[in-house]
Design a protein around this ligand. Structure first.
Ligand code: UD1
Length: 381
């Protein structure tokens, strides 16, 4: 029996882990055992526990409860806890997702103990090392044994960094790179109809199909600067007024905590004076899927939400200067507008004035998790 230690900590990782968890439970009974460790990076119910229940994930066997804090301390506490778990559980491999502090902590703890690291969502690059996520991705990829890239661009990036595609018998000195598609696409397809049945979000907020815009803003470089957040919110304010449309914004705790500060008063007053700017609590996965499917368009700085916009054929204004999901921009259905008032207004105009057709299937065939599990099993068995 192969034992995998899955390390998750942030909300999107719980969602990504659900796809592989499903496949292990359904197809690898008696062959692979998955033990879940939650670092506690996200701890609010509506950022964590709720997703475990909604997506049918087994409860975490270990929760390190590290909570929020400076990145160094947060990551260090995670490394310490993960190392202890590795020593007592002795897994055959450690499975990590994406690019958060929880990801890099697990990669560092695993590599010190020579436990093979499996990185799902490998190879993505924004080429901006000021983003904490960029450092986390690079360090995790370069300590991994199995690297699963959702896109061809991700594979190409890894080759440019010296990874060799023609190796087998994988170990830390001989890593394997695979282009498998995106587990988030698996999930969006798997849950799209289930979410329609279960979610009441449209009724709860009196939203009509195609008559609202969905927005999310949580990146530290957008939220930690009052000027940038104000530029974004001013653009949202203008869009609701010019187009007489609601903007629905499920608000990340990072952003809502900042809005309580005196220094964010200017942002708060724009929000308080516009009834069409609808701030709602963090949405569940089913709720966000339903919001994405029914929105007229999406404005976001989230990596996951910009892709889900594409999965559901919605135009997207990306509130960042660059993206690691370059396929979205290349398709013409997403535009990079940063936190720039004029660019956001112009981006919305451009996207809404053209007919949308042809969202090429660049994220796989919705069976990424099955391919990943098969390769893990073949490699480790
Ligand atoms: C983290 C990831 C980011 C990912 C995001 C998804 C890193 C460096 N960043 O960012 O890549 O896109 O998760 O959501 O790992 N907070 C709460 N309750 C919670 C969690 C957070 O109130 O359950 C608040 C705290 O004020 C905290 C802040 O949010 O300080 C930031 O949380 P943190 O986990 O450090 O980063 P995220 O912004 O969530």
């Amino acid at each position: 029996m192969i034992r995998i230690l899955t390390v998750i900590g942030a909300r999107p990782q719980i969602i990504k882990a659900a796809a592989i968890h499903r496949v292990i439970k359904e197809k690898y009974k008696g062959k692979m055992e998955e033990v879940i460790l939650h670092t506690g990076q996200h701890y609010d119910d509506n950022m964590s526990d709720f997703f475990f229940k909604e997506l049918g994930l087994s409860p975490a066997k270990i929760n390190l409860a590290v909570g929020s804090g400076n990145h160094g301390k947060q990551t260090a506490l995670m490394i310490q806890g993960i190392e202890e778990a590795l020593l007592s559980l002795k897994p055959d491999a450690i499975l990590v997702y994406g690019d958060t502090n929880s990801t890099v902590a697990a990669a560092l703890a695993g590599s010190k103990l020579h436990v093979p690291i499996i990185h799902v969502e490998a190879g993505l690059r924004s080429f901006d090392k000021a983003m904490p996520e960029e450092i986390n991705r690079i360090m995790t990829d370069h300590s991994s044994t199995l690297l699963f890239s959702p896109t061809q661009t991700g594979v190409d990036n890894l080759v440019k960094e010296g990874f060799d595609l023609n190796r087998n018998a994988h170990n830390a000195n001989n890593p394997g790179v695979y282009h498998v598609g995106d587990v988030m696409y698996d999930n969006s397809i798997y849950y799209a109809n289930i979410a329609d049945d279960k979610s009441t979000i449209l009724e709860d907020w009196s939203l009509a199909k195609n008559e609202f815009i969905l927005a999310t803003v949580h990146r530290d470089n957008n939220t930690d600067s009052v000027e940038r957040l104000l530029a974004i919110v001013n653009a949202f304010d203008k869009i609701t007024k010019d187009r007489n449309i609601k903007i629905v914004w499920p608000i990340h705790p990072r952003t809502s905590n900042l809005l309580k500060k005196e220094s964010y008063q200017s942002v708060k007053s724009v929000l308080d004076n516009n009834d069409n700017l609808l701030l709602i609590p963090p949405a569940s996965f089913f709720d966000i899927i339903v919001l994405e499917k029914n929105a007229k368009m999406i404005l976001t700085d989230s990596g996951g939400v910009q892709k889900e916009a594409y999965f559901f054929n919605k135009p997207c204004v990306i509130l960042r200067p660059h993206t690691e999901w370059v396929e979205l921009v290349a398709s013409g259905h997403a535009i990079l507008c940063d936190a720039n008032f004029d660019k956001i207004i112009d981006g919305v105009e451009q996207l809404l004035s053209k007919d949308l057709e042809g969202f090429p299937p660049v994220f796989g065939n919705a069976h990424a998790a099955e391919d990943i599990c098969r390769i893990i099993y073949e490699t480790l068995a």
